[in-house]
Design a protein around this ligand. Structure first.
Ligand SMILES: NC(=O)c1ccc[n+]([C@@H]2O[C@H](COP(=O)([O-])OP(=O)(O)OC[C@H]3O[C@@H](n4cnc5c(N)ncnc54)[C@H](OP(=O)(O)O)[C@@H]3O)[C@@H](O)[C@H]2O)c1
Length: 286
């Protein structure tokens, strides 16, 4: 029996990793949560919640006791590098054998952008720790159309992404690759660049959403300075605003359009297309 700790277990990817591991007879799943209410929602099917906060080493120590493997999601916060490296120190002390770390497409590119660099620092720290590792480096999640930039009441999606394509990936595919890495041999020391099956422009994605939502959805390309103003005006911290604008600039230049065969190679099936994802989650946009 393998005990697996999942951090970020209530988030977009962690929750889908937990769902995919739930009910398996060969693993015990420990989910790291910040509140008792979240814990109750996750219990059952071999899943046990544990109190967890990245800035509380005593909770991390308890959560890691007896753990064999970790699915590591570090939230997008200013302390992300510190959270990641300190967690790895404690995992090493606890005798963890394998960490599957959620990173981002382009994390391996030097110098790359801030977002990639922050992931790369933690990836390198993990690689140097002696713990076996697998890096998942996905492109933008399809779920961003639900959680981060859903169409507003006016039906518009405002983003500074120009007309370039992006090979959006479904979170369930990232989670499935993560579960394969945690439960089958041969993924140690690997970095998987994960994308969906095709590159779509935001206008093409909006068109697909219109079809399933039964209302017009349109993409509005926003000039970078207007996006900066609106993000800062909404209370987003400066470091986060600049990091996201840098990511969007990379996307506008066409660097998010790359399609890889990693999902096919690891799972033996094609990644989920955007139209299928949109159909599955249609109720979110109605
Ligand atoms: N969005 C994208 O398109 C994209 C693409 C590539 C890579 N990524 C990477 O994906 C990662 C984020 O994954 P996600 O989108 O699945 O996460 P998410 O949905 O933003 O959820 C964040 C998770 O972290 C937990 N959390 C936040 N602060 C915490 C703390 N101090 N201690 C313990 N747990 C804490 C949250 O718990 P609560 O429920 O308690 O808040 C939640 O479970 C980032 O590293 C990002 O760079 C994102």
């Amino acid at each position: 029996m393998t005990t697996i700790l999942v951090t970020g277990a209530t988030g977009t990817i962690g929750s889908q990793v937990v769902a995919a591991l739930k009910g398996r007879e060969d693993v015990k799943v420990r989910v790291a949560v910040r509140s008792a209410a979240q814990a109750d929602a996750l219990r059952g099917g071999g899943v046990t919640p544990v109190d967890f906060e990245f800035n509380k080493p005593e909770l991390i120590k308890k959560a890691l006791t007896g753990v064999d493997k970790v699915f590591l999601v570090v939230p997008f916060v200013a302390e992300q590098v510190e959270h990641g490296t300190k967690f790895i120190d404690q995992a090493q002390q606890a005798g963890v054998r394998h960490i599957v770390k959620l990173s981002a497409l382009g994390s391996g590119v030097v110098p790359g952008i801030d977002l990639g660099r922050w992931h790369r620092i933690v990836e390198r720290y993990l690689a140097g720790s002696g713990i076996a590792y697998t890096f998942l480096r996905p492109n933008n999640f399809m779920e961003n159309f639900i959680h981060i930039h859903p169409p507003g009441k006016d039906g518009n999606i405002y983003l500074p992404m120009g007309q370039a394509g992006c090979s959006f990936i479904a979170g369930a595919d990232i989670a499935a690759v993560g579960v394969a890495a945690l439960t089958t041999p041969g993924h140690e020391g690997k970095a998987y660049e994960l994308t969906g099956p095709e590159a779509l422009s935001l206008a093409q994605a909006a068109h697909i959403l219109s079809g399933v939502a039964g209302r017009p959805v349109n993409y509005v390309d926003v000039p970078e300075e207007a996006a900066r103003k609106s993000m800062l005006g909404a209370g987003m911290p400066g470091w986060m605003t600049e990091a996201l604008l840098e990511l969007n600039a990379l996307g506008r230049a066409g660097h998010a359009a790359r399609v890889t065969d990693s999902v096919q190679r690891v799972l033996g099936r094609a990644p989920t297309g955007f139209a299928q994802f949109a159909q599955t989650h249609a109720a979110r946009w109605k």
